[in-house]
Design a binder for this molecule. Structure first.
Ligand SMILES: Nc1ncnc2c1ncn2[C@@H]1O[C@H](COP(=O)(O)OP(=O)(O)OP(=O)(O)O)[C@@H](O)[C@H]1O
Ligand SMILES: [Mg+2]
Length: 509
């Protein structure tokens, strides 16, 4: 049966046909620089031929998964064991189902292994299932690289072997390779050479142009025409396309790629509190695992400062005691005196009205520097301890409450949230223990170092998810926060109240 699918238009307007049956026997190579329209071309080919032939797409970017809604392709996620992938590939052949193997999100070596396992699985199918399949491989230079790269030799061999099987030995088994590449010079020669049909798009580099000319049997000057091709324009040659080089313009597609070329778009209007948006973490970030992509991070400034302040008192301390009139040096400081000075430094820092909106690490650096200036002896206060003191101080707890058993329990509970959230937690716990009105969103936000009320409400939601509090509302719409473990709850408080003068700190120590 001869089926000529419509790939687009020829100069003059006639439709450009591609003979599918011939294609199954003679394979196709598409080449063109990034953005020349290769993936679009493959999509056109797949859409036009979907009703005629089974299709398998090896899709490094997950672009072709959109075929599934319209044409029923099964989407196979490549993040599976090699045995699993080979098994799926075998069943794909048995049941003659079209599919997209998406390798999005895998690293290059994993992509190569997954593609190889899948291609080999199809290749090894029992003879009775050797029905024709179009096997489309986008970014083929990745799976059949001309030279070894950063990936392991083992992965490269496996992937190159599978691609060679597809292109050189696949025909008898019904597998028809259609491969696309940005850089012909980067594609293994033996893989490229097995295609008898070509669609050549815009090509800039001489080395790619030379390879294209060799493959097409053109002289190199003739191949210069590839340089000036527009996006979506290709030169077709081969038994399934045309006996002579024929310019064609690829037609439209029905489905869209998931990714497209970047388009310029206006930036959003200037945001009022942009620093607040960027520097204030969301509560979810604390539960999100940290993915390390880079070599170990440089040492934080706070560590370096901590180390400096650790060594200085000893180094600076003159042998034999302090100078008259100078503040007493580290060595002679009693623990009470030290504590007093630390508390004074802390109160000084938190006394600044802007302190509520500074990050803890900025405050900590300031704290270390000032403690050094006051010649506070001994090891510097660790960041965790500092945050804890700031949190206690910000909660505004008085001395009597601070000495109570309820407060001790609140402190214990506060350890269950991350350092950054302890201030807010203790603020609410204090209000509950003292039967005060529930702090407003504005007040909670301030304790968290932000202006955003929305974030304040999310914090409450987060504490509730952790099972630390129960938030409810009375009939007049006022909020109550209950602490089941403390057997205490706040008085109803208006969440929308703007309390400009709310105290931000008091010396708890
Ligand atoms: N014939 C065409 N008609 C209309 N739009 C097209 C045509 N060809 C390509 N485009 C559009 O141009 C953009 C780039 O095309 P495409 O993604 O196919 O390039 P590519 O050659 O696959 O690039 P890369 O190698 O970077 O993947 C896409 O947004 C695509 O929709
Ligand atoms: Mg592409």
């Amino acid at each position: 049966m001869q089926v000529g699918i419509d790939m687009g238009t020829l100069t003059g307007g006639a439709s450009a046909k591609l003979d599918i049956e011939e294609l199954l026997a003679t394979r196709l190579l598409v080449q063109g620089n990034s953005g020349s329209g290769k993936s679009h071309l493959l999509r056109r080919l797949l859409e036009q031929s979907a009703q005629w032939v089974q299709q398998v797409i090896i899709d490094p970017e997950g672009d072709f998964v959109t075929l599934s809604d319209r044409y029923g392709h099964v989407v196979v996620d490549g993040e599976r064991s090699e045995a699993e992938l080979a098994g799926i590939a075998d069943r794909i052949r048995r049941h003659r189902v079209s599919c997209v193997l998406t390798l999005e999100g895998l690293d290059v070596e994993q992509q190569m292994r997954a593609a190889a396992a899948f291609l080999n699985g199809m290749f090894d199918a029992d003879r009775e299932f050797w029905f024709p399949v179009l096997v489309v491989v986008d970014e083929a230079q990745m799976f059949a690289p001309a030279v070894g790269g950063d990936v392991s030799e083992d992965a490269r061999k496996m992937s190159l072997g599978a691609m060679t099987n597809l292109m050189c030995r696949g025909r008898k088994r019904g597998l028809a390779g259609v491969i696309a590449t940005q850089r012909l010079a980067k594609l293994a020669k033996n893989v490229a050479a097995e295609a008898s049909n070509f669609l050549m798009g815009r090509t800039f580099l001489d080395i790619d142009m030379a390879r294209a000319a060799d493959l097409l049997g053109m002289d190199r000057r003739q191949a210069e025409m590839f340089r000036d091709l527009q996006r979506g324009n290709f030169v077709a040659l081969g038994p399934a396309l045309s006996r002579r080089p024929l310019p064609i313009v690829i037609g439209d597609v029905e489905t869209s790629a998931r990714s497209s070329s970047p388009k310029l778009m206006p930036l959003p209007d200037a945001l009022p509190d942009v620093e607040d948006l960027i520097f204030t973490p969301d509560p979810e970030e604390f539960t999100r695992p940290i993915v390390r992509r880079a070599p170990p991070a440089p040492r934080p400034t706070t560590d370096i400062l901590a180390e400096l302040s650790r060594s200085t008192p000893a180094a600076m301390s003159p042998v034999g005691g302090s100078e008259p009139g100078a503040p007493s040096r580290g060595a002679e400081m009693s623990s009470e005196e030290r504590e007093e000075r630390l508390a004074a430094v802390l109160a000084e820092i938190l006394g600044d009205p802007q302190a509520a909106y500074r990050t803890d690490s900025v405050l900590y650096q300031e704290f270390l520097v000032r403690a050094r200036m006051r010649r506070v002896s001994g090891p510097p206060m660790p960041m965790g301890e500092f945050r804890r003191r700031v949190a206690i101080s910000r909660s505004g707890v008085d001395e009597e409450t601070a000495a109570s058993a309820g407060w001790a329990m609140a402190l214990d509970l506060s350890v269950r949230v991350s350092d950054d959230l302890q201030g807010v937690f203790l603020l609410l716990a204090k209000a509950a223990l003292l039967s005060e009105e529930c702090p407003s969103d504005h007040r909670i936000a301030k304790a968290y170092g932000t202006h955003s009320s929305r974030r304040a409400r999310r914090l409450l939601g987060y504490f509730e998810e952790q099972g630390l509090v129960v938030v409810h509302t009375d009939f007049s719409g006022k909020r109550i926060v209950a602490f089941p473990d403390l057997e205490a709850e706040t008085q109803p408080g208006d969440p929308n109240l703007l309390d400009v003068d709310a105290p931000t700190q008091s010396a708890a120590e």
